[in-house]
Design a protein around this ligand. Sequence first.
Ligand code: NAD
Length: 246
Amino acid sequence: QLDFSGKVALVTGAASGIGEAVARQLAAGGAQVVVADLHRDAAEQVASSIGAQARARQLDVSDADAVRQLVDATVAEYGGLHLAVNNAGIGGASQDTADYPLEEWHRVLGVNLHGVFYSMKYEIAAMLAGGGGAIVNMASILGSNGWAGSTAYVAAKHALVGMTKTAALEYSARGLRINAVGPGFIDTPLLAGMDRAAYDGLVALHPAGRLGKAAEVAALTCFLLSAQASFITGSYHLVDGGFSAR
Ligand code: NAD
């Protein structure tokens, strides 16, 4: 069991899937967790099922002012911010590049890339003021591979890996560790609506013979946030059932 007692953690997109699993594991380790999500009701449900260590907050990560206000409010309420997981993300349309709608490009980049930049920007400032911290950005195997039909998602995830490395270069000497996690396909609501053949096709891409579980991604994420990972910064860590070994 990792020890997060005395730590304050902010998890975005924490009302579902991977973010929810991260919030639960951080709280189990003793952290106070801000369960931030676009969907207020779902966030409230997750926070109340975690109990006194979690509080739900409505947040649209694509709104820079809203991110800044939430980080400020968290510091004011808890006295600091030590851990953050920038996990909120959307899949977006499935269209080849020449047909990819411009508005969809901006929407996906707004959440998956700009949202992570805004989050890091304000989290880093708060963590430096408190003497240090650790951040994990939720990338994907599509942070280092292409995926036909998902140009905006793939662009955002690749960019997020570069942003993670850059911020680590800037702040690792000042007590901050910043890493990215690259999950393979994980069985979460993000994949909902897929037919059986498409699901089986995804399974076949993973040598493990199945999709991943949110808790398996959360386990790596929490390790990277923990004191055990004290020399790990600026890197991109896969949890992909062997997807990238091909
Ligand atoms: P999910 O859909 O289960 O959860 C995503 C959460 O983010 C939802 O609760 C949603 O309400 C929230 N969200 C969406 N837009 C938001 C916004 N603008 N502001 C705040 N919250 C917002 O998805 P998931 O599978 O748990 O995905 C979590 C992260 O993991 C995403 O960044 C995704 O790209 C990444 N990822 C997922 C997979 C997968 O196969 N499921 C694989 C690799 C990476």
